[in-house]
Design a protein around this ligand. Structure first.
Ligand SMILES: NC(=O)c1ccc[n+]([C@@H]2O[C@H](COP(=O)([O-])OP(=O)(O)OC[C@H]3O[C@@H](n4cnc5c(N)ncnc54)[C@H](OP(=O)(O)O)[C@@H]3O)[C@@H](O)[C@H]2O)c1
Length: 341
């Protein structure tokens, strides 16, 4: 059936300025890491994206390797762009990334100019796009000069393949260096994409969050729900079909380790009149410190629930202190390696 977007979609979302740029991003964005590969029916992908856009989610985040198999999420999204979102390109912010392993041999991952530009071209082809809005270096490459990786990103903008540039999981020091190189090249760093949630606070301890504020760079927090741990889904065991049950990127032991904290957080969320997912997203977005929370979803209902977070983004000092106390020493950061170099 033909898709007609909800007429009131822009009244349903909050849009935050991305750092000191001219670009605004929705407070909640949708990522296509999971549930957009060959293992998910087209109708589910379509329903998730339609629901998101109807709620004012204008930003869809991809990467070369999202699937399975790698590349298939970009192909699936390209199909939706040609059908459901035809004619809506200028209302969408689409991002992709290069950094993790994508093809065999020495030129299929990390941060060389050879890989980054070729990967961007492949992503554009899979999605059927002339350009992406944001192109990211997906992870810092300790063996390639930062000038080379940033030079490749600058070239990607200058050649019209992307409008803006981002980096993901770079630590505070590397972010300062990357931003300085990009400034000299004349292509400002728009945004940083770090992992961040109640149970994973490396952006605070590393100083990255403060660095981004100081540099005027925007921020989009990935895994704001800790891959689903910070929701009510695991309170009574591991449901069939859940991410932990599939054991792709979330091992059941990680869920179990967090469960005692999650139960307490769930009680707190209920006292605030929110679901745990909503409280977890509100916490990431509190005080305007983060431009956008980048969620994933396996069902359209999850997107609806998540956007419901925006009706209560305020916390008392007592609530914040309690969340800190509950979450102490439950650090879950599967991306620590990328920010350590
Ligand atoms: N830059 C990077 O290195 C990097 C790394 C990872 C992710 N990312 C980006 O971040 C995006 C989000 O990652 P993520 O999917 O792990 O984020 P997430 O939002 O922390 O977790 C999403 C999962 O939580 C569950 N969920 C979502 N909303 C729910 C709700 N309202 N109630 C109950 N359960 C709910 C679903 O789990 P079930 O599937 O079990 O239902 C969903 O798949 C990715 O798609 C990608 O764009 C970037």
């Amino acid at each position: 059936m033909t898709y007609t977007p909800a007429a009131d979609r822009y009244q349903r979302m909050i849009y935050n300025r991305c750092g000191k740029s001219g670009l605004k991003l929705p407070a909640i964005s949708l990522g296509l890491w999971h549930n957009f590969g060959h293992d998910t029916p087209h109708g589910v992908k379509q329903a998730i994206c339609r629901t998101a856009f109807d709620l004012g989610i204008t930003h869809f985040d991809l990467a070369n390797n999202y699937g399975p198999p790698p590349g298939s999420a970009e192909e699936a999204f390209g199909e939706l762009l040609r059908t459901d979102f035809r004619g809506l390109r200028d209302e969408l912010i689409i991002s992709s990334k290069a950094g993790y392993e994508m093809w065999d041999g020495p030129y299929g991952e990390w941060g060389s100019r050879k890989y980054v530009i070729a990967s961007c071209d492949q992503s554009l082809k899979r999605m059927g796009l002339d350009y992406v809005d944001i192109f990211y270096s997906h992870r810092f490459d300790p063996d390639t000069p930062l000038e080379e990786t940033m030079g490749a990103l600058d070239h990607i903008v200058r050649s019209g393949r992307a409008q803006y540039i981002g980096i993901s999981s770079y630590n505070s020091q590397r972010t300062r260096e990357a931003a300085a190189i990009l400034k000299d090249l004349g292509t400002p760093l728009l945004i940083h994409q770090p992992s961040y949630n109640i149970l994973n606070r490396w952006v605070e301890t590393d100083g990255l969050k403060d660095t981004l504020q100081e540099l005027g760079v925007g921020s989009i927090a990935f895994v704001p729900l800790a891959q689903g741990i910070l929701t009510n889904k695991y309170l009574n065991g591991i449901p069939a079909g859940s991410r932990a049950a599939q054991d792709k990127s979330l091992h059941p032991s990680v869920v179990e380790k967090a469960l005692s904290s999650v139960r307490k957080l769930n009680d707190m969320a209920a006292a605030r009149g929110q679901t745990l997912a909503q409280m977890a997203l509100a916490w990431v977005l509190r005080n305007g410190g983060i431009t956008s929370a980048l969620i994933g979803a396996s069902k359209p209902e999850q997107v609806v629930d998540c956007v419901g977070a925006l009706t209560n983004l305020d916390f008392t000092a007592e609530e914040l202190a309690r969340i800190d106390a509950i979450s102490e020493e439950k650090d879950i950061n599967l991306w620590a390696r990328s920010s350590e170099d």
